[in-house]
Design a protein around this ligand. Structure first.
Ligand SMILES: Cc1ncc(COP(=O)(O)O)c(C=O)c1O
Length: 421
């Protein structure tokens, strides 16, 4: 198997338009020459040294701190994987606030380690922890705005507001475990959220949801941990997805695309929060190794030289126009969530009842892969396509993908007797 830009070839040499990009890892495209050159150069100098604060790491830390939204002073703490960063942020939030509970959302995904599994809402994965449950009990779930199927039953345009109201009532109420307001005791350390939910099927919350969550954090005095591991680094057409709502989080998690395939993660935290920890609070043998840091710096250089954030925004709006064209002709396409190159398509048998078209979705995915278009499906009902190409994808490849999707929908509608619009 090999890859170049937004294309991959399998072991038999068959070519695919890659709309998975290693799950948002290959944002600058596969094997970008500037990234592979930096990797080779660093490998010739020093591959690894435990916890060495060398030049690539210092430079990366300073860059990430400067990239955070808002004008707060930031400090960067490195990890090795996405889950490692989430776990780090959970521990740091508890340490800083002295409170035990972490709120996370239905549909959220933050890792599958013992300490992150409680924040990951995947029942199937939970089952594999039996007979020992994920380690931690200081967790609770809040509803996440999913306008097409609002978890608290509101219409799409009111879903954000209704989810916030539900959460606020729980935070205020006496019959929920979050506070004893008369004694001034808060039990909540932080809300840990994806600004747009990736693993749940690339769901974009209703307007105002993230801003409302920030306001709840401020009102009740706990931290906002913003998991930008998939939605961040330009994918949604802004450097950080939280910027769409002018939200400034207390901690930002980044990983996946940061080093184009080498394992690294970082928590970009408020200086005061991170400084409350002493040295050695979070260490790992391979954390922020020289190879990963050099590769991350080269990746960020490509972001700058190729203006990838703007590119994701421009190409994303072109892609969305083409997808809207498909929705006009294909009743099976019930809903489109798209911001930049963070795209979820939801398929239904009937637009009125919204009956999920799970079998059709599986059939269409199979068809698309056979036709040379690579991506994953997901969603609450296994009825969503998840399209997350690299940010360097060419317009012609978007057109090729739309043509394959068009044919897949036509055939699925014919097979299931869904009348074309
Ligand atoms: C939003 C988000 N957070 C955290 C993680 C966990 O990252 P890792 O698989 O590197 O532990 C993922 C992985 O898919 C993710 O999508």
């Amino acid at each position: 198997m090999r890859g170049e830009g937004a294309l991959v070839w399998d072991a038999d040499g068959k070519e695919y338009v890659d709309m998975l990009a290693g799950f948002s890892v290959s944002n600058v495209g596969h094997c970008h020459p500037a990234v592979t050159a930096a990797l080779a150069e660093q490998a010739g100098q020093l591959m690894h040294y435990f916890d060495l604060p060398g030049e690539p790491r210092e430079r990366l830390a300073a860059r990430l701190a400067a990239m955070a939204p808002g004008d707060r002073r930031r400090r960067v703490v490195f990890g090795t994987t996405g889950a490692d960063a989430a776990e780090l942020a959970i521990r740091l939030a508890r340490w800083y606030t002295g409170a035990p509970i972490i709120l996370s959302a239905y549909g959220g995904y933050h890792g599958t380690t013992g300490a992150t599994m409680p924040t990951t809402a995947k029942g199937g994965m939970w089952a594999y922890f039996y007979p020992v449950l994920p380690q931690d009990s200081g967790h609770a779930k809040i509803p996440y705005s999913y306008p097409y199927r609002c978890p608290v039953g509101a219409a799409p345009e009111h879903c954000a507001e209704a989810c916030l109201e539900f959460t606020r009532r729980m935070l205020l109420g006496k019959e929920s475990p979050f506070a004893e307001h008369r004694a001034g005791v808060s039990n909540v350390a932080a809300i840990l959220l994806e600004p747009m939910q990736a693993s749940a099927g690339y769901i974009i919350p209703g307007a105002g949801y993230l801003r409302g969550i920030r306001e709840l954090c401020d009102e009740f005095g706990f931290l906002l941990i913003d998991d930008e591991i998939q939605a961040g680094l330009g994918r949604t057409g802004r450097l950080w997805a939280c910027e769409h709502e002018q939200v400034v989080p207390d901690m930002i998690l980044t990983s996946k695309g940061l080093a184009s395939g080498l394992p690294i993660s970082a928590v970009i935290a408020d200086d005061e929060v991170a400084a409350s920890w002493g040295p050695g609070a979070h260490v790992g043998t391979f954390t922020a190794g020289a190879l990963a840091c050099a590769t991350a710096n080269a990746t960020l250089d490509v972001y700058e030289s190729e203006q990838l954030v703007k590119r994701a925004a421009d190409l994303g709006s072109y892609f969305l126009d083409r997808l809207k064209g498909l929705r006009e002709r294909h009743p099976i396409l019930g809903w489109i969530d798209a911001r930049g190159l963070f795209i979820g398509l939801e398929f239904v048998r009937d637009r009125v009842t919204k009956e999920p078209a799970a079998d059709e979705t599986a059939w269409m995915l199979d068809f698309c892969v056979r036709e040379g278009l690579l991506f994953e499906k997901g969603g609450y009902y296994y009825n969503r396509f998840q399209l997350i190409p690299s940010l360097v994808i060419e317009k012609e490849l978007v057109d090729r993908a739309v043509d394959i999707l068009d044919r897949a929908m036509t055939m699925a509608e014919e097979r299931s007797g869904i009348a074309p619009a």
